[in-house]
Design a protein around this ligand. Sequence first.
Ligand SMILES: [Zn+2]
Ligand SMILES: [Zn+2]
Length: 251
Amino acid sequence: MNIFTDGNHLNIYIVLGSLLLLSVIVFIRYLAFSSLYHLVFFNWLKTYFSHRFLHAKPWKKKQLRKEVIWSLVSGIIFALFIIFTFILQIEGYTAVYTKVEEFGWFYLIGSIFLVLFVQDTYYYWMHRWMHLPSVYKYCHLVHHKSVHTSVFTSFSFHPLETILQAMIIPIIAIFIPLHLYAIIAIISLMTLSATVNHAGVEIYPSGTFGKWFKKWVIGATHHDAHHKKFNHNYGLYFTFWDRLMKTELDE
Ligand SMILES: [Zn+2]
Ligand SMILES: [Zn+2]
């Protein structure tokens, strides 16, 4: 049964109500995690990792306020695409599955990495396209207004960029079989990665493992360099596209 329809017509009240509820959930997810990182974890980082801060000056309140407002708009757009995907699922068009046994645990864990790879590839090329001068000012400038990035920059995009980012949600849901556990893991990793990469402090360990991890997985230093130098370090989660296409900035 499709809860969004009355017979063959969309029930506009249910759709709008769900949109409002989901927008709040998506936005609160961002705000709660960013605030937690900024206010609680950050003070702890300041005590023990003050030498790893990437900026000397404190953030301007005006910048943080703007980032939160743009993020609210991003929350509404993401909610729209999630509802659209949910309708597709009810109508039987997605590959979402409910029983782990259908594909097994090995596939379930593999599907998380597969989605991260697909999203990373899509983002890398879209990101390079958004840096073309004719596209940049209409699409990507809002995100780059934050040169001294903060945790709140992590969801701060122009609506056109948010649409481009969210478009991949229904496409992935249609083509890649995903279990709810994998979906929760992907959303958690997305939130974690976006927050860590914009926080303005490097938290990856400095030992051998840390160096190896930093070489392949994007962190604060890598993405901070993108906000400062613009034409390098376009990746989302992993560095391999930047390394392959020679767009990675040498540290
Ligand atoms: Zn950019
Ligand atoms: Zn960024």
